[in-house]
Design a protein around this ligand. Sequence first.
Ligand SMILES: Cc1ncc(COP(=O)(O)O)c(C=O)c1O
Length: 367
Amino acid sequence: MIPIARPDLGQEEIDAVADVIRSGIIAQGPRVKELEAAWSQYCGVKHTIAVANGTLGLMAIFDQLGIVAGDEVITVAHTFAATANAILSTGAVPVFVDIEPDTYLINARLIEAAITPRTRAIVPVHLFGLVADMDMIMAIADRHGLAVVEDACQAHGAMYRGRRAGSFGHGAFSLYATKNMTTAEGGFVTTDDDALADRIRLYRNQGMRSRYQFEMLGYNYRMTDLNAAIGLVQLDKLERNTARRQAIAAAYDEGFADLPIRTPAVPDGRTHVYHQYTIEVGPDRDAIIEAIKAGGVGADIYYPIPVHRQSYIQERGLHAELPVTDAAAARTVALPMYPGMTAEDRATVIEVVRRAVLDRAGVGASA
Ligand SMILES: Cc1ncc(COP(=O)(O)O)c(C=O)c1O
């Protein structure tokens, strides 16, 4: 079976971790600092704060922006639940707006209608590796005095008009095993706000400014040097691996061009880093997935039940009418996408998907 994702890890990462073990400093130390500086430079931001995972990155930002119970935060339901969960962790509630049908990203035209006197922040999710419409989102946030927190957990290095994901508002990245770069588990917070960065650094370490001097309430959100050592190698490989993802996507685009499906849209001025390559195949989606899997190709749904339809969200009375989100959940499928895919794997995916789609479309088998 060609898997849907596979981390690109090898001898360099093994050597980097072994060096850290030999150094005797395995918890947060010099490697974390080095990785933070490297990410700030790569991402084009003043500050990076490394944390133990992306969820904690989001939680740290929301907490230190002062978002509290009674506040509202505008986001999407077509995302991994961590986006909404991090908002809920503050006592605030997520207010879900619908997505665009072609990019699967927040429909910025719907944001203003969702703003109330309680709204504190807008949280676009750069889903699958494509940056949301940041010109419009930043303009709306400016007009209404709202913070912008980019959930860039899937968008390492993605560009929007020459700027990287995570450099517009305050950003959160995930470094989970299957992400475009990984530290096994890990995350980054990015910001240009000196005071916020300082508070999040303290918050990450029990609120401790100097040894046993606790300046504020904080917790342990730290990344270890073992993880950061992996991250430094992964960051060195990121541009090469992004190019490989883009080449796979280009081959898929070409291989599927004549099929009655929707391939990923890339609006002008943006570069897609293809954390996922997701196609919309219509109402026969589940049967098409079965056929793809029967052909030895991994396929998965991101995300089959949108956040606003999860029971714990509904129990909180957070109802929303999101027809485009519901349609994406019902009609899309993600295909194998990882830098180590061979040309043969790629050709197999194209052939198997073509046959699965064309059989369902009643056109007959075709390669
Ligand atoms: C969109 C999105 N938000 C948040 C997260 C949370 O990141 P983590 O799993 O590192 O906590 C993830 C990744 O899993 C994600 O894909």
